[in-house]
Write a protein that binds this ligand. Structure first.
Ligand code: NAD
Length: 510
């Protein structure tokens, strides 16, 4: 496959790098990576050893002292060059994302586009790391706040956005003056190695030290744990399941580290009687089956008003019957594979469980076999009639299962159902009624980090801050002022008078 050669992916690859340099340890076991698209072995990666890890962290610490000295706009210039390299390698990297992770080629290319977009955003931001100028209560005093870099930012990422999540973190962290150590999912390390190869020339051309962008490929249990407990890493950005995130939150907090947590979602979409079904139906279907239901923002529940319930149900079932399922590299397919057979088992298990709870399977649910499905990772997306309180519905099953839930009365009833889960990532309403839309967006409306009107739950733009509430972890990444989490804030008060007036008018005469 040409894209593997273009991206410098060998049969066996090293898994630890400090930027340009690969640490050549071969005695710590390997990850053997096969494509969920066709089940074929792609390549293997040597796991990072403890000694490699120490080497990476020490190099990163040293690099930080140089990198933070560089003016932020100059750091932005490096990120601009990285963005251009990503433009150059968009096609092969998009193909590898699709082949290694299984998302459709369009979505793979879209993910790389997201990386390019965040680079552009970060370049502009490198001149806008602004603090506020404040008014002092004391005469001839000046107050302001400013932001300083933190040091090493540890990034632990999930398999489903194998490269974009790194770039959201690493590019913003970089312009803020931080260095990054990235532990990708052990299910998708090849795309991470490819990113490292892509940025290598930029580091070389600018004569930058090792340690600004580092990589450690290892398991969650060993390498991930090491990062969570490492006091040399002041900020941990963890993207993954709520289970892992809960553990990360307490581990990092125990050492007073900062964390950005981007965890599981259980996203609902409301369709009211005032919805334009021409956009609501495709919005629901893309949200539910895109990336084979493996987006954190995947639509998992659709709350439909009783007056239009049957019509919406029938239209959705019909739309599902037209879905083309097959290799993600063929752009005419709508749905690709799940990441691995374990994910397929979880899909089947959830369907069995929800039926036992009273759910009714309306379509899909089969595991596909035969020509084109040899990997054993392809399933038919399912639609299930269910109730919100079912245990299965309350969980995030990372697979294409869409629960239809009927509501009656006003939009407030739909909002109450929507909010009645432990997660709080993305939400949406389809309506042409201004009151319904504004209620949904109001302080008593959706309790999620993302709330959309007449757009589905998935497919966020990088310009907004991305993240969710409750068990989704509360973190924000990417656009808006999410950069502030990558810096430490300092409040400065400067006295340019000849007196020493104290705050709150306190007198202290000596
Ligand atoms: P996962 O939780 O299994 O793994 C995520 C990462 O955590 C991996 O790199 C893994 O190696 C690491 N990890 C596992 N155990 C660890 C430990 N003890 N210490 C440190 N690190 C450890 O998740 P996944 O299956 O790769 O991804 C799917 C999940 O990620 C879903 O729940 C999805 O909603 C979530 N996700 C959330 C967002 C978001 O922005 N909110 C984005 C993408 C994915």
């Amino acid at each position: 496959m040409n894209f593997l050669t273009t991206l410098g992916i060998n049969k066996h690859n090293y898994g630890a790098s400090t930027g340009r340099k690969w640490l050549e340890t071969e005695d710590n076991g390997q990850f053997n990576i096969a494509s969920p698209a066709d089940g074929q072995a792609i390549a293997s990666v040597y796991q990072c050893s403890r000694a490699d890890y120490e080497d990476v962290i020490e190099t990163a610490q040293q690099a930080f002292t140089t990198w933070r000295e560089m003016p932020a706009p100059n750091r932005g210039e490096i990120v601009r060059q990285i963005g251009n390299k990503l433009r150059e390698f968009k096609q092969p990297l998009g193909e590898l994302v699709s082949y290694e992770m299984g998302k459709s080629l369009q979505e793979g290319l879209g993910e790389v586009q997201e990386m390019i977009d965040i680079c552009d955003f970060a370049v502009g931001l490198s001149r806008q790391l602004n603090g506020a100028t404040l008014h002092s209560e004391r005469p001839l005093h000046r107050m302001y706040d400013q932001y300083h870099p933190l040091g090493i930012v540890g990034v632990i990422s999930a398999f489903n956005f194998p490269v974009a999540v790194w770039s959201w973190n690493a590019m913003i962290a970089a312009i803020c003056g931080n260095v990054t150590v990235w532990k990708p999912s052990e299910k998708t390390p090849l795309t991470a190695i490819a990113c490292q190869n892509i940025i290598k020339d930029v580091l070389e051309d600018n004569d930058l030290p090792e340690g600004i962008f580092s990589l450690v490929v290892g398991t969650g249990d060993i390498t991930g744990e090491a990062m969570l407990h490492d006091e040399r890493i002041p900020l941990m950005s963890v993207t993954g399941s709520t289970r892992v995130g809960r553990h990360a939150a307490t581990s990092v907090a125990a050492r007073f580290g900062k964390s950005i947590l981007e965890l599981g979602g259980n996203n609902a979409l409301i369709i009211t009687p005032q919805a334009d079904l021409k956009i609501a139906i495709p919005g629901t279907v893309f949200g539910a089956v895109g990336t084979a239901g493996q987006r954190c923002t995947t639509t998992r529940r659709v709350l439909i008003h009783e007056d239009i319930y049957d019509k919406v149900k029938d239209t959705l079932v019909k739309a599902y019957q037209g879905l083309k399922i097959g290799t993600p590299l063929d752009e005419s397919n709508h749905v690709g594979p799940l990441i691995d057979k374990q994910a397929v088992e979880m899909f089947s298990h959830a369907l069995n469980k929800v039926r036992a709870e009273g759910g009714k399977l309306l379509c899909g649910g089969e595991v596909l076999s035969g020509a084109g499905y040899e990997s054993g990772c392809y399933v038919k997306p399912a639609i299930v009639e269910a109730e919100n309180h079912y245990h299965t519905v309350q969980q995030e099953t990372f697979a294409p299962i869409l629960y239809l839930i009927k509501y009656s009365g006003g939009v407030e009833n739909a909002i109450a159902i929507q909010n009645n889960v432990t997660q709080g990532l993305s939400s949406a309403i389809f309506t042409n009624n201004l009151r319904e839309a504004e209620n949904f967006l109001s302080h008593w409306g959706s309790d999620c980090g993302i709330a959309n009107v007449n757009i589905g739950t998935s497919g966020a733009e990088i310009g907004g801050a991305f993240g969710g509430e409750k068990e989704t972890g509360g973190g924000r990444e990417s656009g808006s002022d999410a950069w502030k989490a990558y810096m430490r804030r300092q409040t400065n008060t400067i006295n340019y008078s000849t007196e020493l007036p104290l705050a709150q008018g306190i007198k202290f005469d000596i």
